[in-house]
Design a protein around this ligand. Structure first.
Ligand code: PLP
Length: 408
C-alpha cells in the first residue's frame, strides 16, 4: 500500500493542458485568466465580487487593511484554526483576542464571543474572524446579528469550505463566502485545500467599495482610472504652466499615467496559477460529493465505538475538508497509523498556545475546550482520490489499534 496522507491534490490531464496553454499565451501574470477565474469563482460561491491574490494569508492581510485594522484595534477569533486567521491582525498591529470553541461543532462559540463583548464597553472590539473549520459552515446569520449590535465587521475564513453552506432562519442555503452576512470572506488554493493552484487565494464580497480597495491594495496601491486621480492633468502631462486655458485644452491624462494612492503590496496571483485554479474549480462539486461519501463511511465505521469521544460526522452543508475524530490515546493511535504509512494529521495546535502568542500573554487554561479538543483530535485521510480500499485500510487499522490495546 502506498503512503496515505491526510489530504492531497488531484491534477488531471485537463489541468496540465490549461497550464500549458497559459504558458504559451502572452500573459504569465496580470492577464485574462485572473478575471476569468475571479468571475467563475464568484459565480460558484454566489458572491458579487472576487479578488484573486497570491495566497489565503495575503487575502487575510489585505482584508484587515481594508477594514482598518491598526494598533489599538481588537479582533476576536478562534484558537482552533491555522495561525494565519489570527496573524493577519498582528500584521496590522492589531490585538488578537481568542474566544473558545463549541465542543459539538469545533467552531468559534458565539456565546463566548457574546460574553467578551458584554463585559467590555461598546467600541472595545472592531471585528470577528470566524472560521468554517474542517468545512463546517459557521452560522453567519447569528454572528451578523451579534456583530451589528456592537458595530463589528466580519471576515469569514472559508479556506476549508468552498461549496459548503448553512441553512438560515428562512430555510435558505447560504453558501460559505457568499457575502450575505460577512463583509469579506477568504479562500486558499494551497494544494491541501479543495481547489489547488500551487499557491493562491481569493477574497469574496458583496461590497463594491471593499472590492475596489482590495484590487488596489493587491497591486502596490496603484490605480489606473481617470476619474479617481488625485493629481491634476497638468501635473500628469508635465505641461505645468498653470494657465487656465491650457488646463482646459488638456482634458485627458496620458496613457502611461497611474497613481499610487495607498501603501499596497504585490500580492498578485499569476495567470499560470489562475488557469490551474479555474480548471480545478470545474471539478469542485464532484470532489465535494466524493468527500461526503468518505465522511459517511467514516461516520458509520466509528459510530458507537467506545474509543471515539466525538467525530465530525455528516452535517448538512459541510464541505468535508477534514474528517476529525476525537479519540482516547490519540498519540498512540497517531504513531500506530504512521507505522502503517497512514499520515493522519492534527488540526490544530491551538493558536493561542503557539510560543508567539504565549509571548503576548496567552497561556494554558485560557481556552479549556479548545485545549481539551487538541488533546484528543486527529484528522483522518480525506480527499476525493482516496480509494475505497485505502479508506477501508485506514478504518481497519484504527479498529485494529484499539482491539490490540484492549487485549494487552
Ligand atoms: C490554509 C489556510 C489559511 C492560509 O492560506 P494560505 O493560502 O496557505 O496562505 C488560512 N486559514 C485557514 C483556516 C487555512 O486552512
Amino acid at each position: 500500500m502506498m503512503p496515505i496522507p491526510y489530504g492531497r491534490q488531484s491534477i488531471t490531464d485537463e489541468d496540465i493542458e490549461a497550464v500549458i496553454q497559459t504558458l504559451k499565451s502572452d500573459y504569465l501574470t496580470q492577464g485574462p485568466k485572473i478575471k476569468e477565474f475571479e468571475e467563475a469563482f464568484a459565480a460558484y460561491i454566489g458572491s458579487e465580487y472576487a479578488v484573486a491574490v497570491s495566497n489565503g494569508t495575503a487575502a487575510l492581510h489585505l482584508n484587515c487593511i481594508a477594514l482598518g485594522v491598526k494598533p489599538g484595534v481588537k479582533v476576536i477569533t478562534t484558537p482552533i484554526t491555522f495561525a494565519a486567521s489570527a496573524n493577519c491582525v498582528r500584521y496590522c498591529g492589531g490585538e488578537v483576542v481568542f474566544a473558545d470553541i463549541d465542543p459539538d461543532t469545533y467552531l468559534l462559540d458565539i456565546s463566548k464571543v457574546r460574553e467578551l463583548l458584554e463585559k467590555s464597553p461598546k467600541g472595545t472590539y472592531s471585528g470577528i474572524i470566524p472560521v468554517d473549520f474542517a468545512g463546517r459552515a459557521v452560522d453567519l446569520e447569528a454572528f451578523r446579528k451579534l456583530a451589528d449590535e456592537y458595530g463589528l465587521w466580519i471576515i469569514e475564513d472559508a479556506c476549508h469550505a468552498p461549496g459548503g453552506y448553512f441553512v438560515d432562519s428562512s430555510k435558505n442555503q447560504q453558501s460559505c463566502g457568499n457575502g450575505n452576512f460577512a463583509d469579506l470572506a477568504i479562500f486558499s488554493f494551497h494544494p491541501v485545500k479543495h481547489i489547488a493552484a500551487g499557491e493562491g487565494g481569493m477574497t469574496t464580497t458583496n461590497s463594491k467599495v471593499l472590492y475596489e480597495k482590495l484590487v488596489m491594495l493587491r497591486t502596490h496601491g496603484i490605480i489606473k482610472d481617470d476619474l479617481k486621480y488625485q493629481n491634476s492633468v497638468s501635473f500628469a502631462t508635465g505641461v505645468n504652466t498653470g494657465s487656465a486655458q491650457e488646463e482646459q485644452e488638456q482634458v485627458d491624462y496620458p496613457g502611461w499615467y497611474m497613481e499610487m494612492q495607498e501603501l499596497g503590496y504585490n500580492y498578485r496571483l499569476t495567470d499560470i496559477q489562475a488557469a490551474l485554479g479555474l480548471s480545478q474549480l470545474g471539478r469542485a462539486e464532484k470532489g465535494l460529493v466524493r468527500r461526503k461519501d468518505i465522511a459517511e463511511v467514516y461516520r458509520d465505521a466509528f459510530s458507537g465505538q467506545d474509543f471515539v469521544l466525538s467525530q465530525s460526522g455528516v452535517v448538512v452543508g459541510h464541505a468535508y475538508h477534514l474528517y476529525v475524530l476525537e479519540v482516547k490515546d490519540r498519540v498512540g493511535l497517531y504513531n500506530f497509523l504512521r507505522g502503517k504509512s497512514i499520515y493522519a494529521q492534527i488540526h490544530y495546535i491551538p493558536t493561542h498556545l503557539m510560543p508567539y502568542y504565549r509571548e503576548l500573554g496567552w497561556k494554558e487554561g485560557d481556552m479549556p475546550i479548545a485545549e481539551e479538543y487538541y488533546n484528543n483530535c486527529i484528522s483522518l485521510p480525506m480527499y476525493p482520490t482516496l480509494s475505497y480500499d485505502e479508506q477501508r485500510f485506514v478504518i481497519d487499522t484504527i479498529l485494529l489499534y484499539y482491539s490490540e490495546k484492549n487485549c494487552s
